[in-house]
Write a protein that binds this ligand. Structure first.
Ligand code: ACO
Length: 448
């Protein structure tokens, strides 16, 4: 198979959200901390009728319907998620309900889990399958689904919720440059979920930022090494039209892009413009761990990278800023934002992708874009995702009601023997919702 990649995408996020400005005031944080300090606008969350299974059922059903894909034509289904609803039964098996209905139970793949990286692992599995000799000619399907919720405290505004579904096959408009990948994986305790009775992670916020930036440096160096090996020339940010990051909150994305420019400056200063050179020069001897501690370097590289950020990164930030950290879906929600904003000008472009999952696993890889052919075209993907309308149709909860909802969800997590309100008044037609968890923990869903 040639030009294997993403043929089609659909995104779903809950219609319920809270404005960061209101949450900031409610939490007694200083004005601007969540909006400017973290760079976030709004945050989506699941109410008691939604969860990672209902969101992924919705995203997949909608993708199959809108691109007119016969469910029999799916040969592999992979799920990325870090939200645990069952320690044994995969989310994938819940999703099989869609395919059983038309008699297709011949579908490989299960779930992949490691914090926010599971979606990328699932995606690579599907890409590799289509590129391998075990491929049977059918499509692969990947869904990244997460509900990111934190205990009360500084991490709470960095939550979010969404599911992204992606159809994988040959002759795609979004092609994986499969030779160009760089990974970095080590043991770290920056963010983890050892308490199986709670949905909330244990998180060392500062450590997680440093781990993220170290992983970014390491992946970028390896990616550049691969590029040089296969292309016979040095790589710099000039060779990428856009850079898409796993986006826990926008400020980290701004810092990360600055960090990449600093890498370029150290490796080959001639690839960086005069203004950036001047701003970064005082830091040219700052190496290793010290460079992660320097607030001055952080600020200088963010400033030096600002003009490039506006063209190469800003168009990718819409959903991450409006919906929040969607864990495994975050990187792909950012890619979706780019396609939404720039679909008519992306043909011929290269897009860099950086995937990070705490604990930790990370990979940098790249995509080559072409217009594609209907229904698998960039413009049709933008039409199907319909992001502007979905954002507009949301319902804002006051912070008090958001906090109350999270309390209910805390009680519901891991419990049995309850029926939900079945209140679907805020859900769009075609949305799946949770109706009941019975006395032996079986979960039941219906479609509005
Ligand atoms: N106006 C403008 N900016 C402000 C204001 C204000 N009133 N108050 C604070 N700020 C700025 C700070 O200066 C800081 O920005 P800077 O780093 O550029 O200086 C930013 O707002 C955040 O303030 P902090 O005091 O650093 O925030 P805090 O420590 O309270 O929490 C954190 C932030 C650590 C990100 C927390 O939300 C968290 O733990 N989140 C979860 C972990 C996470 O997302 N890690 C990322 C990678 S791992 C993953 O994806 C899960």
């Amino acid at each position: 198979a040639k030009n294997v990649g993403i043929l089609a995408m659909e995104i779903y996020f809950p219609p319920t959200c809270v404005q960061q400005e209101a949450l900031e005031a409610h939490d007694g944080a200083s004005k601007g901390k969540y909006t400017i300090g973290l760079g976030q606008d709004c945050m989506a969350f699941c109410t008691e009728v939604e969860d990672i299974i209902s969101m992924s059922l919705t995203a997949i059903t909608s993708l199959l319907e809108k691109y007119e894909i016969d469910p029999k034509n799916i040969g592999r289904l992979e799920v990325g998620s870090e939200t645990v609803l069952d320690k044994s039964k995969s989310i994938k098996t819940f999703l099989m309900q869609i395919f059983e209905e038309c008699g297709n139970t011949d579908i490989e793949g299960v779930d992949s889990t490691n914090a926010c990286y599971g979606g990328t692992a699932a995606l690579f599995n599907c890409i590799n399958w289509v590129e391998s000799c075990s491929w049977d000619g059918r499509f692969g399907l990947v869904v990244c689904t997460d509900s990111a919720v934190y205990a009360e405290g500084p991490a709470r505004p960095t939550g979010g919720a969404a599911a992204v579904a992606m159809l994988i096959g040959p002759d795609a408009p979004i092609v994986f440059e499969s030779k160009l990948r760089g990974s970095h994986m080590v043991h770290a305790y920056d963010f983890y979920k050892p308490n199986l009775a709670s949905e909330y992670p244990v998180v060392d916020g500062k450590l997680s930022q440093t781990c993220y930036l170290m992983a970014l440096d390491s992946c970028y160096k390896r990616y550049c090494g691969r590029y040089e090996k296969f292309e016979g020339k040095q790589f710099s940010l000039n060779d990428a039209n856009y850079v898409v990051f796993h986006s826990p909150y926008n400020k980290l994305v701004q810092k990360s892009f600055g960090r990449l420019l600093f890498n370029d400056f150290l490796r080959n200063a001639s690839s960086v413009d005069e203004n950036a050179k001047e701003k970064l020069a005082p830091f040219s001897t700052l190496l290793g761990d010290k460079s992660y501690e320097s607030r001055d370097l952080e600020k200088a590289s963010q400033q030096a990278a600002k003009p490039l950020y506006d063209t190469k990164v800003h168009p990718t930030t819409l959903i991450p800023k409006q919906v929040g950290n969607t864990y495994t879906a975050s990187l792909y929600a950012a890619l979706g934002s780019l396609i939404h904003n720039k679909h008519n000008t992306l043909a011929g472009n290269r897009i860099m992708m950086f995937s990070y999952g705490s604990g930790l696993t990370s990979t940098m890889f790249s995509l080559g874009l072409n217009e594609g052919q209907h229904p698998f075209s960039l413009s049709n993907i933008a039409t199907v995702m319909n992001i502007a309308e979905k954002l507009k149709a949301r319902h804002e909860f006051p912070p008090e009601k958001f906090v109350e909802t999270l309390k209910v969800m805390e009680q519901r997590y891991g419990s049995k023997d309850f029926v939900t309100s079945k209140d679907t008044s805020l859900l769009a037609p075609g949305t799946y919702y949770l109706t009941e968890v019975d006395s032996i923990y079986r979960r039941f869903y219906a479609m509005k």
